[in-house]
Design a protein around this ligand. Structure first.
Ligand code: PEP
Ligand code: MN
Length: 338
């Protein structure tokens, strides 16, 4: 950390800052020029984060040097993290992994029918919400544990792995029993108690980007999980809220190559929630893969018009087939496999 002092800073000001920082066990060097003095702090900046240094008399500005995250950083781990599911599917490696299924688990019959169809086209993971974070309390809230049971049964019958959302720290243990990947939804990316709870398990966590979260906040949310010991985190870019309201959200396609650069963790794209429009799902899915995503999370239903939630952004089986064909072709260009 670098501390730049005001021209009028006194020797007394300098001594006070130095003394308080040294109390935390850090070393300080002082460089006194003709007009300005700058101070450098050597060592781990973490203990300084809660110190209101910019309020000290004589301080003009404080410039942090170290990043606020560590474990998610590629500097900490150079090679890509590859997450292997019990089915043998690997996320973050050469393969592009497509996760597909209904927004919400509706009935065993419907989920099984969708699962069989998406598997046939090449999906490796079945998605479906049993606990649904709906904007309106009057909308369908999901089947709860009954929905989890359906997902497990369908998983056993089809061989597909399951990703499903957990919204409440008290339900982590329950969802853990049924899911292969636990999803943290966009609305819960800042729920730090929930992040800590999924950090204690040994199953992968799909961490969606908060609706209005910066990449840095997203990285720090992942850091919460890794800090607890769970290194199996998958980032999912699902669109952010911008001034643009002609689509539901705006896919931040920049975030995909950016995160791949900053972090060693896998990154996937959700073209369904980011667009909110069925007719835009395929082109945006293509963009995600072309940007270097390790996979997709897509809402699919055999009859989207009947879907109990997010019908307007759900594609049908025929469209999913086209999506997979396009993804296969782009994967080839990217040197990846589907
Ligand atoms: C979902 O994937 O079902 C979902 C609710 O997504 P998000 O949290 O991104 O809105
Ligand atoms: Mn949905």
């Amino acid at each position: 950390m670098i501390i730049v002092l005001k021209p009028e800073a006194t020797q007394e000001n300098i001594e006070k800052i130095k003394k308080d920082i040294e109390k935390l066990g850090l070393k300080v060097w002082v460089s006194q020029g003709e007009f300005r003095t700058i101070m450098g702090v050597i060592g781990d900046e973490a203990p300084l984060r809660d110190m209101p240094l910019s309020l000290y008399p004589g301080v003009e500005k404080v410039i942090p040097i170290l990043k606020p995250y560590r474990l998610v950083d590629r500097e900490y781990k150079k090679e890509n993290t590859v997450i292997e599911l019990p089915s043998g599917v690997k996320i973050g490696g050469k393969e592009i992994v497509v996760m597909a299924g209904p927004c919400a688990v509706e009935s065993k019959e419907n989920v099984l029918r969708i699962a069989k169809a998406v598997k046939k086209e090449g999906a490796k993971v079945l998605r479906g919400g049993a606990f649904k974070p709906r904007t309106s309390p009057y909308s369908f809230q999901g089947l709860g544990e009954e929905g989890l049971k359906i997902l497990k049964e369908v998983s056993e019958e089809t061989g597909l792995s399951v990703v499903t959302e957990v919204m409440d720290p008290r339900n982590v243990e329950l969802v853990y029993q049924y899911a292969d990947i636990l999803q943290i939804g966009a609305r819960n990316m800042h729920n730090y108690d929930l992040l800590k709870e999924v950090g204690k398990i040994d199953k992968p966590v799909l961490l969606k980007r908060g609706i209005s979260s910066t990449v840095k906040e997203w990285l720090l949310a992942a850091e919460y999980i890794l800090k607890q010991g769970n290194e199996k985190v998958i980032f999912c870019e699902r669109g952010i809220r911008t001034f643009e309201d002609s689509t539901r959200f705006t896919l931040d396609v920049n975030a995909v190559p950016l995160l791949k650069k900053i972090s060693h963790l896998p990154v996937i794209v959700d073209p369904s929630h980011s667009t909110g429009r069925r007719d835009l799902v395929i082109p945006v899915a293509r963009a995600g893969i072309a940007a270097g995503a390790d996979g997709l999370l897509v809402e699919v239903h055999f009859d989207p018009l009947q879907a109990l939630s997010d019908a307007q952004q759900t594609i049908d089986i025929q469209e999913f087939k086209i999506l997979m064909e396009d993804v296969r072709r782009i994967a080839q260009v990217m040197g990846r496999e589907v």
